[in-house]
Design a protein around this ligand. Structure first.
Ligand SMILES: CC(=O)N[C@H]1[C@@H](OP(=O)(O)OP(=O)(O)OC[C@H]2O[C@@H](n3ccc(=O)[nH]c3=O)[C@H](O)[C@@H]2O)O[C@H](CO)[C@@H](O)[C@@H]1O
Length: 366
């Protein structure tokens, strides 16, 4: 298969794409892949680091208010469609996949206009702007929450789940926590604010240190690369012995099976990982995302007693520490929440999507 994938900006759009590429390559080892992103998004580092051929186009998102910048956005969109068409003519993909973010808007739109089979994946319960736009042009749409069907032409929609879930499902503890100076034998709480980190979660975590410093469990606190220096300065040299602070974990799936509880945002790809492994979680949805979709994501787990939710407006060090401690002091509760999380997961998304791509290619050759 010749597979062109585009998606970017944040990890939540990139890791599902990489998981899908991984699955397609496992099934068809001769598959040729090209990934198209921007030089500004996280994909500019994550994709080349994964050894996947990578090309960039320049694009930017629309401002919600009427502004001169929007004229520049339209100009860049039309220019990026031309660049995308050039890449498509050179690479000659059998199928083009978009996993969200502005960049895939231009690439998937260009492919559809050229008559190449197209598929988009929506990770969230409420669709993003790019996927809503693209839904009018693509052949098929994979969703990860049944509610998302309302955002799209129903006849194109297939429930697939998130391919990242399949990648992490069944992974076993590997002892990797040792590399971060943690003790694999101890229970570990992982705190992180999505792929870019979250200022409020970081600040509340630093405030919670004084309440958590003498606990029997340990904490891996991941700040997000851009926040790391500031947080390190805020903490100073007085880091409690049971807490390790890191900017970013490049290979998150390898450490997740050793984690007892996750504290984080409610990004859809993080939730796919949490449910694939059956982990209890404490979720602080970002209030800054389109249509408050992270609260919807979080509620899907809270409603089945798989997660606790703290609204960002209610978050401080004391609330965070108390919520963590309540969960970490109750093995039965951890177990029950973990089991409920696992029941909520779908772990064959990559296989389902691979099958759809194969069908699209077969139909195109008829
Ligand atoms: C602010 C924003 O727009 N967030 C959106 C973004 O979140 P974001 O990019 O934060 O995505 P998610 O929380 O869904 O996923 C984060 C991904 O990054 C990985 N990771 C994270 C930290 C780290 O140190 N190492 C690492 O590998 C996680 O394992 C996970 O695979 O995309 C999601 C999926 O469309 C959306 O639901 C979110 O609302």
């Amino acid at each position: 298969m010749r597979l062109l994938v585009s998606g970017g900006g944040t990890g939540g759009h990139i890791y599902p794409a990489l998981a899908l590429i991984d699955a397609v390559r496992k099934k068809e080892p001769s598959t040729e892949v090209l990934y198209v992103g921007t030089h500004k998004g996280l994909e500019n580092k994550i994709v080349p680091d994964a050894g996947i051929p990578f090309k960039t186009i320049q694009i930017q998102g629309f401002k919600r208010s009427l502004s001169l910048e929007n004229f520049k956005t339209v100009y860049l969109f039309l220019k990026s469609v031309r660049t995308a068409k050039k890449y498509l003519r050179e690479f000659k993909p059998d199928v083009v996949v978009g996993t969200g973010g502005f960049v895939c808007g231009a690439v998937v739109y260009a492919a559809a206009r050229m008559g190449i089979p197209t598929f988009i994946h929506e990770q969230n319960s409420v669709a993003g702007v790019t996927n809503k736009f693209l839904s009018h042009f693509v052949d098929k749409i994979g969703i990860s929450f049944t509610e998302a069907i309302n955002n799209f032409p129903a006849e194109k929609v297939v429930f697939t789940g998130n391919p990242r879930a399949q990648q992490v499902a069944g992974m076993k503890p590997s002892g990797r926590l040792k590399e971060y100076g943690l003790e694999p034998a101890k229970k570990t709480v992982l705190i992180f604010g999505g792929s870019r980190g979250a200022r409020r979660i970081n600040e509340a975590t630093v405030e919670s240190f004084s309440f958590l410093k003498d606990k029997s469990y340990q904490i891996l606190f991941v700040t997000g690369s851009v926040h790391f220096d500031k947080i390190k300065n805020m903490i100073g040299t007085d880091i409690p012995k049971n807490i390790v602070v890191e900017p970013y974990i490049p290979d998150m799936p390898s450490i997740l099976p050793e984690i007892s509880c996750i504290v984080g945002r409610a990004g859809a790809t993080s939730l796919a990982e949490i449910t694939a492994l059956g982990l209890p979680s404490i979720l602080v949805p970002s209030p800054y995302v389109t249509n408050d979709h992270q609260t919807h994501n979080a509620q899907s787990l809270v409603s089945v007693h798989a997660a606790e939710m703290i609204r960002e407006k209610d978050l401080d060090g004391r609330v965070l520490a108390d919520t963590i401690d309540k969960l970490m002091s109750d093995d039965e509760l951890q177990k029950a929440m973990g089991e409920n999380a696992k029941k909520a997961g779908t772990t064959d998304a990559a296989d389902r999507i691979t099958k759809i791509l194969e069908q699209l290619i077969t139909e195109a050759h008829k």
